[in-house]
Design a protein around this ligand. Structure first.
Ligand SMILES: [Zn+2]
Length: 384
């Protein structure tokens, strides 16, 4: 069956059946290759040229670039093949068996977002006999939910290149043209422990972290003054002090302390620049307290996303959906596709409220309208 073109429901059901959890916890992390292989077999049967690209250093994870037609320009329809982990006991039905009830399809990844590929294939089916004037590329990535390493590998590779990209994340069928970025960082302070009866016997890392926190809060205020974007509910960048670990005993000078924080960047802010700025600010504190202070990323940053001003694709999606483009409160792979030079919009059939939840579902009433939107985009960017 897998080498033939599946029906919509068969494709959806197979995509849900094949587990593809990605997680930063190694015990929960799975390969996405079975999903990629199945998709590639279907798309090849539809006439696409399929390239399966294992991620550097992770041969059990891969991206798929499936191309129909050739030449410059064209449209990418993109999604991730992985899902978040699940709590089996909280589901009414199996997360890995597509279940149809109350006008909904239930299953892990049906909304976020393996289901999108079934819709894309259904949309494309109508045009298989028609020669395309610009390529149509279906892009399936790995590890969006854990590290975004699939999208990072594509940026390294400089592919795919197209004029436009639509990322089918759950946006309730409203186009998203901006979201904040996120960086998660760790500061480590190495002082010197000693007997608490004489402060001169050590260098107290906890006293240094006090200064570091004061400085980060000052930095946050400066960032909020420098960067504002009224498009966001929280119009400034944020910096959250998230967790702190240090010391062991009240009668011991604290020798080590660690502080984790995040920054949610607005479009126009760059994670590496921010990291350098913070490092500069930490230098005088380290010198004054005679301690070592380091700052490293806990996970690689996801930059903020903003499509181009006067985006042709945003205008097209606004017209097709009847909704003005909005901003999202969650991060996606869109900034990576933007960096590849594509005019990018996030637009998909699911609702973010159902993502990462037990009993994840996709309303059946969304399916036909979303397929119609995808077909309009294909006609507009690959057939005219
Ligand atoms: Zn997603």
């Amino acid at each position: 069956m897998s080498s033939q073109q599946p029906t919509f429901q068969h494709a959806l059901s197979r995509l849900i059946e094949i587990p593809s959890v990605s997680s930063t916890l190694p015990d929960l992390d799975m390969s996405n290759l079975p999903v990629i292989n199945e998709l590639a077999a279907w798309l090849e049967a539809m006439g696409f040229q399929c390239e399966i690209q294992p991620l550097p250093g992770a041969p059990h994870k891969a991206n798929l670039i499936a191309t129909l037609g050739s030449g410059p320009g064209g449209l990418v329809l993109a999604g991730h093949t992985d899902t978040v982990p699940y709590n089996d006991s909280l589901w009414k039905s199996s997360p890995f068996a597509l279940e149809e009830r109350d006008g909904r399809f239930y299953g892990l990844g049906v909304c976020d977002m393996k289901g999108f590929f079934a819709l894309v294939m259904e949309a494309v089916r109508g045009y298989l006999g028609t020669p395309l004037t610009a390529p149509l590329i279906i892009l399936a990535t790995a590890d969006e939910e854990s590290s975004m390493n699939g999208a990072r590998a594509l940026v390294e590779l400089g592919r795919p290149k197209a004029r436009y990209a639509v990322v089918g994340e759950p946006t309730g069928m409203r186009p998203i043209h901006m979201h904040k970025g996120i960086m998660m960082e760790r500061i480590q302070i190495l002082g010197q422990s000693g007997h608490s009866s004489n402060p001169a016997l050590g260098r107290n890392a906890m006293e240094t972290v006090h200064k570091v926190i004061t400085d980060l809060m000052q930095f946050r205020a400066e960032l909020a003054e420098r960067y504002q974007n009224p498009g966001f509910t929280i119009p400034t960048p944020t910096l959250n002090l998230g967790c702190i670990h240090g010391g062991d005993n009240p009668n011991r000078i604290c020798g080590q302390c660690q502080l984790d924080f995040d920054i949610r960047m607005l479009p126009g802010m760059d994670s590496e620049q921010l990291r350098q700025q913070i490092r500069q600010r930490l230098l005088p504190i380290a010198e004054a307290d005679q301690v070592e202070i380091s700052l490293e990323a806990i996970t690689p940053a996801i930059e903020a996303f903003a499509g181009p001003e006067n985006s042709d694709l945003v205008a097209a999606c606004e017209k097709l959906t009847g909704h003005q483009a909005e901003v999202a409160a969650f991060a996606t792979e869109a900034p990576f596709f933007s960096r590849l030079g594509m005019d990018t919009v996030v637009l998909g059939p699911g609702d973010i409220d159902q993502a990462h939840q037990p009993d994840e579902y996709l309303s059946q009433e969304r399916i036909k309208p979303m397929i119609a939107i995808l077909q309009s985009l294909i006609r507009q960017y690959c057939l005219s």
